[in-house]
Design a protein. Structure first.
Length: 141
């Protein structure tokens, strides 16, 4: 079984982003070449990401992306993990970085997938390594 990626919009991203959902799913699969099962790539609003951040990570602020791994399970179709991307935070970051929203969402989807792959960004060096890896993956999509 290959990796299935479900792209879900819990907040309206606009038609341009919706048209790119296949690219976002392909990006997640590219970052997880050996993964099996299912990944949900979920785009949410600010209050939802704050709720998730507080409930699962103990932090009370808005963030751009949160990824949750699920343990391996022999049942086909069992989720491999979930990636939650905050659309308002992505819009803000895209504006600050001077690139289109679609590019920021692509990089955040890749960042979340790299977390599912086992990468971490808890230090400056690890954060830089994740950023370089996401940029390399984005370049081939």
């Amino acid at each position: 079984m290959k990796l299935s990626v479900n792209v879900v919009f819990k907040t309206d991203p606009g038609p341009a982003v919706k048209r790119r959902s296949a690219l976002l799913a392909r990006a997640v699969r590219k970052a997880l070449p050996r993964a099996r099962g299912e990944v949900n790539l979920v785009f949410v609003g600010g209050p939802e990401i704050v709720r998730l951040n507080k409930a699962f990570l103990g932090k009370s602020h808005r963030t751009d992306v949160i990824a949750f791994n699920y343990p391996p399970c022999p049942a086909p179709g069992t989720p491999f993990g979930d990636i939650f991307v905050c659309l308002p935070q992505a819009r803000l970051q895209a504006r600050e970085l001077g690139h289109p929203l679609q590019r920021e969402l692509l990089l955040l989807a890749l960042h979340g997938a790299l977390h599912l792959a086992g990468m971490d960004d808890d230090t400056a060096a690890r954060r830089a390594a994740m950023h370089r890896r996401a940029e390399r993956l984005a370049a081939v999509l």
